[in-house]
Design a protein around this ligand. Structure first.
Ligand code: CUA
Length: 341
């Protein structure tokens, strides 16, 4: 029996080890161990530092325990109790001083990192990040708003004012920084910086209702020149959509009409749509994803999403349009949204 159970235990231990190793797999899109910015570097550095110390303590304690267990185990024929010792000043001083030193060596870098990660550099610009069930809104200092995709210049610190419009969410971009709660009626501040251009995945990290797991966003880090050009372009979009195709014009009419009523919840800058219930759609055509970061931004996905949002995001307040709009009308609205870029 005993022999048969051993492979099971070894197997379990190996599985646990594999699990632990895979958790640290840095090729995952949301790995906090594969960091690309100074804030995440500080956080991961602290994690690894304390991990090594904890590992050292763990090994020391385990070895000491095993030594005592085997050295003083009961042996056949030996009935006497080992020698009992009470009070040893040298030992007591040693096991008081060593833990104090360990705690100080962990506390010092922790406090340093806590201040450094919560104090944005003086040259940072501020974006206001809003949590909503279940999407993210971003308000830029230039006065425009976007959703579910935060564009930032590479190598520049960004100060984030973190708020919520409904329940508690949490803002987290594992490779760059995080996480910090988005709390109604309170502004939290954090900062992040991307050292390499790229698309970084973000995720709400606080349970916030039916579609919490589907509350995502992306951070697009762009070379500074590209970023500045984008800001210019985005500001020009405040005047309303330009160069719409015939089908997109029809889509816009439906979007702003009483049959679909999209305009009653969304904003498209420079048009009749000025509501802030749902995400701002002025630049939805240039985003990498739709529906709060859960679907790739394609015409087909836009159509499927508009037709039946709750099928993709349970609990969403966006109504089903299948049945109220014809497939052709849904297609036209998708065409309109796709051309908003
Ligand atoms: Cu928002 Cu979870």
């Amino acid at each position: 029996m005993g022999i048969r159970r051993v492979p099971g235990r070894i197997g379990f231990a190996l599985l646990a080890l594999a699990g632990a190793l895979l958790t640290g797999c840095s090729t995952l899109p949301q790995s906090p161990l594969d960091v690309k910015g100074p804030v995440a570097e500080m956080q991961t550095g602290l994690l690894m530092y304390t991990l090594w110390i904890a590992l050292g303590i763990g090994i020391f304690v385990t070895v000491a325990l095993l030594f005592v267990v085997f050295r003083f185990r009961a042996r056949p024929g030996v009935t006497s109790v080992p020698k009992q010792v009470h009070g040893n000043h040298t030992l007591e001083v040693i096991w008081t001083v060593i833990p104090i030193l360990i705690l100080v060596s962990v506390a010092y870098p922790t406090v340093n990192a806590a201040f450094a990660t919560s104090t944005p550099p003086a040259d940072a610009f501020t974006v206001r990040a809003e949590g909503n069930q279940w999407w993210f809104g971003f308000n830029y200092p230039e006065g425009f708003t976007t959703a579910n995709e935060l564009r930032i210049p590479v190598g520049k610190p960004v100060r984030l004012e973190i708020v919520s419009r409904d329940v508690i969410h949490s803002f987290w971009v594992p490779k760059l920084a995080g996480k910090i709660d988005m709390i109604p009626n309170r502004t939290n501040v954090m900062w992040l910086q991307a050292d390499e251009p790229g698309l970084y995945m973000g995720q709400c990290a606080e349970f916030c209702g039916d579609s919490h797991a589907k509350m995502r966003f992306r951070v697009l880090a762009m070379e500074e020149k590209e970023y500045t050009a984008w800001v210019e372009q985005r500001l020009a979009m405040m005047d309303g959509p330009k160069n719409l195709s015939e089908k997109a014009v029809l889509g816009r009419e439906i979007f702003e009409g009483s049959k679909a009523n999209c305009w009653a919840c969304h904003t498209v800058d420079g048009t009749k749509a000025k509501a802030v219930v749902g995400p701002n759609l002025t630049d939805v055509g240039q985003r990498h994803s739709i529906a709060g970061g859960i679907m790739d931004n394609t015409i087909e996905n836009l159509q499927a999403w508009i037709a039946n949002p709750p099928a993709f995001k349970p609990g969403t307040t966006m109504p089903i349009h299948e049945g109220r709009l014809t497939p052709e009308e849904i297609k036209a609205v998708a065409e309109y949204l796709h051309s908003l870029k």
